[in-house]
Design a protein around this ligand. Structure first.
Ligand SMILES: C[S@@+](CC[C@H](N)C(=O)[O-])C[C@H]1O[C@@H](n2cnc3c(N)ncnc32)[C@H](O)[C@@H]1O
Length: 272
């Protein structure tokens, strides 16, 4: 399949292509954020805020009836979170949890004693009719209830945790953030030695990003992180689960392209 020509995804998630998209992409694109060989891993806070405005609009205005953000697909790719089965976590956090969370699915196989949910839009999500934690308790699909001890309405980049977590979950978030190297450092620091990180996202290749940055703009997804950066992050952990899903062809839409599903343990001997 050949690459598409110009594509411009608006704040309303309308996909314009060809000559309709061309003048818009020529005027607005993310080329200025390309770095070294890392794809686009850092943007300004102003660019991030535009993306977050689109994300809020997506869930609150355009998708009020939706009940899931591919959370069951993720569980399927993780073999229903068998790697966490029968474990007990004292202090768990989901980063970029969205309105539905992945912990609602994952909590079916393990026990979580204290749960923190973080998302810059978390207070807006309480207004979504299908938000799974709007009562203050996360309602897992199986009927299991997990009290939410803390809601944090911040980006990970600005989060200063008071304690370490023995379970850190972050699925399908980094395309939406503004500083991935900082986020990877924060995740490492907030994970207790011996604790688990559940991480899923999409791999980009720097060369692909270079080829496409002048032709494709996606308002809600500012970051396109080269796989080397992601691999460098996950390789710091001891592998518990790894699955690479490769799809052929290309589309700008989130969820398509090479994807990594990872569970890792922070070595108990880690000191930094
Ligand atoms: C595609 S949604 C995924 C939600 C959830 N992880 C899921 O799988 O259902 C991406 C989420 O990342 C959040 N987000 C954006 N920037 C973030 C940041 N810097 N730190 C943490 N979360 C962020 C957005 O507000 C949005 O809720």
């Amino acid at each position: 399949m050949s690459d598409p020509d110009y594509t411009y995804v608006t704040r309303d998630f309308e996909v314009l292509t060809g000559e309709a998209a061309r003048p818009l992409v020529e005027k607005t694109n993310d080329r200025q954020f390309l770095v070294d060989d890392g794809g686009i891993h850092t943007v300004t806070v102003d660019r991030w805020k535009l993306a977050q405005d689109a994300e809020r609009h997506h869930w609150i205005d355009l998708r009020p009836h939706v009940t899931d953000d591919r959370n069951m697909d993720h569980a399927f790719m993780y073999d229903r979170y068998g790697a966490l089965s029968e474990k007990t976590f004292e202090n768990a956090i989901e980063l970029g949890c969205g309105p539905f969370t992945n912990i609602a699915v994952l909590a079916q196989v393990c026990q979580i004693k204290r749960l923190t949910l973080l998302d810059p839009l978390i207070e807006d999500y309480l207004g979504h009719q299908n938000c799974l934690f709007r009562t203050g308790t996360l309602q897992a699909n199986s009927g299991i209830m997990v009290p939410v001890a803390e809601r944090v309405a911040l980006p990970v980049e600005q989060f200063e945790p008071k304690a370490r977590y023995d379970l850190v979950v972050m699925l399908n978030v980094i395309e939406h953030c503004y500083n991935v190297p900082l986020i990877f450092r924060k995740i490492w620091e907030m994970t207790e030695p011996g604790g688990l990180v559940v991480f899923h996202d999409r791999y980009f290749d720097h060369e692909q990003v270079v080829r496409e940055v002048d032709r494709i703009y996606d308002a809600a997804h500012p970051l396109k992180v080269d796989r080397k950066l992601i691999d460098g992050f996950i390789q710091r952990f001891e592998e518990v689960f790894f699955r690479l899903v490769t799809t052929h062809g290309y589309t700008v839409h989130s969820g398509v392209g090479d994807q990594v599903y990872f569970v890792g343990r922070k070595p108990v001997t880690a000191w930094e």
